[in-house]
Design a protein around this ligand. Structure first.
Ligand code: ADP
Length: 496
């Protein structure tokens, strides 16, 4: 590609749909983003309207393709990244969804998961998919639609319905229904895909009661997914890269070497470490997943998620109003020398990996009359670092050696937080210049397939450091011990 050709990345997230045009060196040339409605029909239920997902995505795509900053430059390829595990079931003939998208956060199938566990299937699921049995993953959501939408099971049996994660649904729409495909990373989050042999699995399909004829083809992350139609987006462009959002972020962060780790600190925190060509089955309730699949070769990852990261800062601002802006958390944390032992456990929605304790709730421990908002704010920032420490300890215990940590997401703009993370983990923390790592990863995959990038080395040359945080070498054992006592305390409090 000549240097003035562009790649279109579509980043269909949980709260917004965005489109970004990237240049060959990975710079943002145009961007557009639209939020869409979060639908909460019942306690613990979360849905999106697939038509709104489609409309906002299409609008963002058209915005960047017709933007002034694009000028007359050609757009060579499309990459797609998406909120993972969220599913749509649609009619193959009309392309119409039969129900809203059921979102990854949705808990409606908790009892189904308990039944499947009681029937003794947990080990089969763990060993084949690398996942836990939880409503978070796609399979039970698909079965729920089939069992709760009138006539859906019969139509599925007749081969009239298609299922897909959001990438699949977008590919179907972009190609006017010609292509029904997904990539290996998205497939790996459904609970229906055996990640060891890279195939949909009959036994899993039976356990979750999902018919095989609904499934998309599973392709490499850099592959030919057909062309987005000129009649749909205004010009015909090849779709050549697909990956789920966290995997795309790892690619955008160039985590291509075994042991390279990225951690994204947005609303929640997702850490992914590349484990090479071996699927590492965790003994610490981390997930084994597909990092990427290229030329038929699978690279695996271990993943840990922390439910609340930046959301705790939002709570300080919007919930109890002790800060006016997220940025102020840095000013307050830096304003004191020590936290005086105040410890926050931000378990507002339970604790994620490696605890997976849905019943734990948040607490502030160790306050005295001298405690001010600065100590509470500082302890809240620290709590996200402590949780990262626990994730890394779990990875270490699973035999994965982490060399350095690349970070991204809104929270790492906070220098105090990033430095504390380096000090606590005793690891170098690297923050890149381009923080849109998710969209960038999708663009890189499309660029690989289009031949714009020849290799990972070519892509890695694009990664530019904004700032590196070096560990100070201070002893953190007192803080860590206090943190584990605090976690034990909130978990004990939750027991009834
Ligand atoms: P998402 O993609 O999940 O919406 P972002 O990556 O945009 O999240 O990050 C937004 C989150 O980062 C918010 O929860 C916000 O509270 C937090 N945040 C933003 N700036 C700062 C800051 N300077 N210090 C601490 N947290 C911050």
């Amino acid at each position: 590609m000549s240097d003035d050709e562009l790649i279109l990345a579509i980043d269909q997230g949980t709260t917004s749909s965005r489109a970004i045009l990237f240049s060959h060196p990975g710079a943002i040339e145009a961007a557009s983003q639209y939020e869409f409605t979060q639908i909460f029909p019942n306690d613990g239920w979360v849905e999106h309207d697939p038509e709104e997902i489609w409309a906002t995505t299409l609008k963002a795509i058209k915005d960047v393709l017709t933007s002034e900053s694009r000028d007359t430059r050609a757009v060579t390829a499309v990459g797609i990244t998406n909120q993972r595990e969220t599913i749509v079931v649609w009619d193959r003939e009309t392309g119409q969804p039969v129900y809203n998208a059921i979102v990854w956060q949705d808990r409606r199938t908790a009892s189904v998961c308990r039944e499947i566990e009681a029937a003794g299937h947990l080990e089969t699921i763990r060993s084949k998919t690398g996942l836990l049995l939880d409503p978070y993953f796609s399979a039970t959501k698909v079965a729920w639609i089939l069992d709760n939408v009138a006539g859906a099971r019969e139509r599925a049996a007749e081969g009239k319905l298609a299922f897909g994660t959001i990438d699949s649904f977008l590919i179907w729409r972009l190609t006017s229904g010609r292509v029904h495909a997904t990539d290996a990373t998205n497939a790996s989050r459904t609970s229906l895909f055996d990640i060891r042999v890279q195939q949909w699995d009959e036994e899993l399909l039976k356990i979750f009661d999902v018919p095989a004829n609904m499934l998309p083809d599973v392709k490499d992350c850099a592959d030919d997914y057909g062309h987005a139609d000129a009649s749909v987006i205004g010009e015909s462009i090849a779709i050549q890269g697909v990956a789920g959002d966290q995997q795309a972020a790892a690619i955008g962060q160039c985590c291509f070497a075994k042991g390279s780790l990225k951690s994204t600190y947005g609303t929640g925190c997702f850490a992914l470490v590349n484990t090479g060509d071996k699927m590492v089955l965790s003994s610490n309730r981390l997930l084994s997943t597909v990092a990427y699949r290229l030329n038929g070769e699978t690279t695996y990852a271990l993943e840990g998620s922390i439910f609340i990261a930046g959301a705790a800062i939002q709570w300080l601002r919007d919930g109890i109003g002790i800060i006016e802006s997220a940025e102020q958390s840095e000013v307050l944390a830096s304003s004191i020398e020590t936290g005086e032992g105040v410890t926050v456990v931000p378990a507002f929605t339970g604790l994620g990996a490696p605890y997976w304790d849905p019943d734990a709730r948040a607490a502030i421990l160790g306050m005295t009359r001298a405690t001010s908002r600065a100590e509470i704010v500082r302890a809240t920032l620290q709590s996200i670092c402590f949780q990262t420490h626990d994730l890394l300890a779990a990875m270490h215990d699973d035999g994965v050696k982490v060399a350095a940590l690349k970070v991204d997401g809104g929270m790492v703009a906070n220098n105090w937080f990033s430095q504390y993370l380096a000090d606590l983990l005793q690891l170098e923390i690297d923050r890149p210049q381009v923080m849109e790592t998710t969209a960038l990863g999708a663009a890189y995959l499309a660029g690989l397939q289009a031949g714009i990038y020849k290799s990972f080395d070519d892509i890695a040359a694009n990664w530019k450091l904004d700032r590196s945080f070096q560990p100070s070498g201070v002893d953190n054992s007192v803080q860590l011990s206090r943190w584990s006592r605090a976690v034990a305390a909130v978990r004990a409090f939750a027991e009834v």
